[in-house]
Design a protein around this ligand. Sequence first.
Ligand code: GS8
Length: 220
Amino acid sequence: MAPVKVFGPVVSPNVARVVLCLEEVGVEYEIVNVEFATGEHKSPEHLQRNPFGQLPALQDGDLMLFESRAISRHVLRKYKGSQVNQLGESNLEEAALVDVWLEVEANQYDPAIAPIIYQQILVPMQALGGTPDEVAIGESVGKPRKVLGVYEARLGKRRYLAGDAISLADLRHFPHTHYVMGMSYVAVFDELPGVRAWWQDLMAHLAVRKVTTMMDGCSG
Ligand code: GS8
């Protein structure tokens, strides 16, 4: 069977989210680079994969998928054997809590953090090599603090977001958090011992360590 293909550079957080899940389940896959710098993500060829001209896309046999969060679910559902599936597999309450924190990631965490990542990491990579918009960054920095206060209340009481075992809800947070940890905004995290302990546990996870190396070693 042809290996799974991921389209996009791992430096992109949404691409890294998918690669992390592939690493987690241990499936063979190939990364096909799609160049941001030349606008290849808007090419007719890539629009066939993702009609919104965004990264990532994933090809799994005859199936072509886009939207990193949907892809991450697909990968964990189809390729079993991952420790992160443990929560929610046989317990409806745990499954519901995983779903809650998946929604929180998509609807609270991502909108609070993504604008900063976009300006700092992605804008310099765009076709013309843009300059980060400091006004946009300034408007964004208060948001993570508010959202992370809720995380601190949660993670002060349990090791992972949905319970005492790691789940997809935790993995989904990895790419953006990894980038923020390398920026000056990391000070926000320093004030939150529960969140910091959670992040250290995540960083000890094998697949997370591997994708961290891939993101840091990728020039985009
Ligand atoms: C967002 C994809 C996205 O914005 C997902 O897959 O989760 N909800 C989607 N991708 C960015 C790359 S940054 O990781 C992208 O392709 N941006 C270029 C553009 O929007 O034109």
